[in-house]
Design a protein around this ligand. Structure first.
Ligand code: PLZ
Length: 448
């Protein structure tokens, strides 16, 4: 690894719990939060952040946590990554906003060029920038509808695409996302997903045939604008479809004039050990949606894809006040530079090896590990009642809470809430990963 950056030397790369948790400052802030912030906005941790760099988040009481979450897969290049900090500082002093739709600026164009170059496929592409993953997913659907003149959208079991009204229709899980918030947008249909751990290991081609059959019988290709799929599901439990599933689905879309949309909001930008998860099987989506890891923590998202599809929306049909904000664009260019300059795609594969090795050691003596899956720095374990495949959400929650208490930030996910997921920043050291997995292994031993 490279020499520590300024940020990393201010933030010692070592776990440290020096107060009770939450500490006095965090407790004070939580009291203020509870009387100022809407109750619907929950927090995983009860400690408040003060600084973060490398693989460490420091709280307001000086406790240091190992970050296995990256703020939900966002700070892939690291928190306050040096190139990102420098680029944003320069931009913030130059101008903060003009609105690209009013007075355009180069940063937006440069991000579009970079995405057109880096996303799967070497065809002619165009990009439009937005603020959040959900907003970009919505725009991908708008573009697919104008391009095809069709309305239906197919999504999958366990899918997560956001919290806006259309994307809530696309998101699968009721609690906490959808409950009580309907009615949701129409013309959204859910199809079965290849889920090797729970579908008896059905091969990808067979699964795809079954899925396509459901789509043809229940929706009809002639009504279908787009299929939207996460190449590896995020919130749904890091479900990786069997090899062959995505290529078969993409081929069917191509043959039927259906726009194939890859939601790489969580999987994008080196996270999975490829620049994009679609790259692994050479799948070339018509449209790819990106966000999170794109800009090192600044809010930015994008839809990138085939020029003829992207350009089917009329002039003025796409936009928004902040889409492609200059600070976010400066950050994105710096994040992309960081990924390339620091070889972070390769680093994600090293992290995969380390994590899988540690998890297999745990699995060898713990029958509650039902499945280990994922790629790169996007790895998960699905926890079950020993000897069954019955989900164990209480165990996942107990392990996460115990890890938090010992200074390790770990997140859960999955339709059943029984998946522990690991999304470290790629700037984390091996030492920190080992320390975190020592904690997790010991915690699983204790919670029996
Ligand atoms: N598509 C694949 O993972 C966001 C959601 C956290 P936004 N995932 C984290 C939460 O509880 O709100 C996500 C995703 C995929 C779309 C989105 C939505 O991205 O930037 O949160 O809108």
């Amino acid at each position: 690894m490279n020499a520590p950056s300024v940020e990393q030397s201010i933030v010692p790369q070592e776990r440290l719990i020096r107060t009770e948790l939450p500490g006095p400052e965090s407790r004070r802030l939580m009291t203020r939060k509870n009387s100022a912030v809407a109750a619907g906005v929950g927090t995983t941790m009860s400690v408040f952040a003060a600084r973060a760099a490398g693989g460490i988040v420091v709280d307001v009481d000086g406790n240091r946590f190992i970050d296995l979450g990256s703020g939900i897969a966002v700070t892939t290049v690291g928190n306050s990554a040096p190139r990102v900090v420098e680029a944003v500082q320069e931009q913030v002093a130059a101008f903060t906003h003009t609105c690209f739709m009013v007075t355009p600026y180069e940063g937006y164009v440069a991000v579009a060029e970079a995405l057109n170059r880096l996303t799967p496929g070497d065809h002619d592409k165009r990009t439009a920038l937005f603020n959040s993953g959900a907003e970009a997913v919505e725009n991908a659907v708008k573009i697919a509808r104008t391009h095809t003149g069709r309305q239906a959208v197919v999504v999958f079991d366990h899918a997560y695409h956001g919290r806006t009204n259309l994307t809530l229709a696309m998101t699968a899980k009721n609690m906490p996302y959808k409950h009580g918030f309907g009615p949701f947008a129409g013309e959204v249909y859910r199809a079965p997903l290849s889920y090797p751990y729970r579908d008896g290991g059905t091969d990808g081609a067979t699964s795809a045939r079954q899925t396509i059959d459901v789509i043809e019988k229940q929706v009809g290709a002639a009504n279908l604008a787009c299929v939207v799929i996460e190449p590896i599901q995020g919130e749904g439990g890091f479900i990786e479809p069997a090899t062959g599933f995505l290529p078969a689905l993409a081929a069917w879309c191509r043959d039927n004039g259906v726009v194939f949309v890859a939601d790489e909001v969580q999987t994008g930008f080196a996270r999975t050990g490829d620049l994009f998860a679609c790259d692994r099987e050479g799948v070339v989506p018509d449209l790819i949606v990106t966000a999170k890891g794109i800009a090192g923590g600044l809010p930015l998202s994008a839809v990138t894809g085939r020029a003829d599809v992207m350009d089917s929306a009329h002039v003025g049909g796409l936009g928004g006040t902040y889409g492609g904000n200059p600070l976010a664009c400066a950050a994105a260019l710096a994040a992309i530079d960081t990924i390339e300059a620091e070889g972070l795609v390769a680093r994600a594969r090293e992290i995969e090896e380390l994590l899988l090795r540690r998890l297999r050691q745990i699995e060898a003596r713990d029958a509650r590990i039902g499945d280990i899956r994922g790629r790169g720095a996007m790895i998960a374990v699905e926890l079950v009642k020993a000897g069954t495949d019955e989900p164990e959400p209480e165990l996942a929650k107990a392990v996460a809470v115990a890890a938090h208490r010992q200074g390790v930030i770990v997140l859960t996910c999955g339709t059943y809430g029984n998946v522990l997921r690991f999304l470290p920043p790629l700037a984390i050291s091996d030492d920190l990963l080992h320390d975190a997995f020592d904690v997790l292994a010991a915690t699983l031993e204790v919670i029996r």
